[in-house]
Design a protein around this ligand. Structure first.
Ligand code: 6PG
Length: 230
């Protein structure tokens, strides 16, 4: 079981303000210690307020590299692109100087583009300083979807691949995702979730023997900062 710290808030705005301040503190620490910081964020609907709050944090964003935990295989002109979300909400205002490393390249499928993405992400300094995970109602995190075609590889603790393509019935389009070993190495790992339904999914995933993908994160021997609001 990970060493979990639950941070509960009354509403999404209070959560976003607190999580943003905590992340900004970690990025400043990284810049002070190593001269640069790397953060990987999730897409979906939950992080919108967080991205806006983070984009207003005062820190040396020119030393920050932002990437994604996972991406839907669509160009950033598509409404479902996580890159588009990050570009329009996070890489703005004070954070406009941050460097962004996308996980999508122009190729027909993630399988065809994976080599190029691997080469790009290999240039990112590991461990990442900050990773912000989300979770779907089906217990997926990153693109670790139940029934995913590469799920066992993505969750394999001994897998040295940084990224993998992923296809799953519940995923919509094909995806690309960082693997579990990369996520678990992060200096600070956050799980950002909203809604009582997701709190129930979390409780379900904590039961011994749970097959929900998020259980692989909850069961890892490392600290996990869970930010939640109803
Ligand atoms: C994605 C995400 C994914 C997300 C969850 C939660 O591209 O979909 O990175 O892992 O965190 O699906 O999404 P919601 O915030 O929309 O519920």
């Amino acid at each position: 079981m990970s060493e979990q710290h639950l941070h509960a808030f009354d509403d999404a705005q209070a959560l976003a303000t607190a999580l943003s301040a905590s992340i900004a503190g970690k990025l400043r620490e990284a810049i002070d210690a190593r001269g640069e910081a790397v953060i990987a964020v999730s897409g979906g609907s939950t992080p919108k307020r967080l991205f806006e709050a983070l984009s207003n944090e005062v820190l040396d964003w020119s030393r920050v590299t932002v990437t994604l935990v996972d991406e839907r295989w669509v160009p950033d002109t598509d409404e479902r692109s996580n890159a588009r979300l990050v570009e329009s909400l996070l890489l703005q205002r004070k954070a406009a100087d941050a460097e962004f490393v996308p996980l999508y390249v122009e190729a027909a499928t993630p399988e065809a583009g994976i080599g190029e993405v691997r080469a790009t992400v290999a240039g990112l300094k590991q461990p990442f300083d900050v990773i912000v995970l989300g979770m779907g109602p089906d217990g997926h995190t990153a693109s670790f979807f139940p029934g995913g075609d590469r799920l066992s590889e993505a969750l394999d603790p001994s897998n040295t691949a940084l990224v993998l393509p992923m296809r799953a019935p519940g995923a919509g389009e094909p995806r690309i995702t960082f693997t579990l070993p990369v996520l678990l190495k992060a200096r600070t790992l956050y799980l950002h979730i909203q809604g009582s339904d997701k709190r129930e999914v979390l409780a379900e995933a904590e039961k011994p023997g749970s097959k929900l993908p998020i259980a692989s994160v909850l069961g890892a021997k490392r600290p996990l900062e869970i930010y939640w609001c109803p």
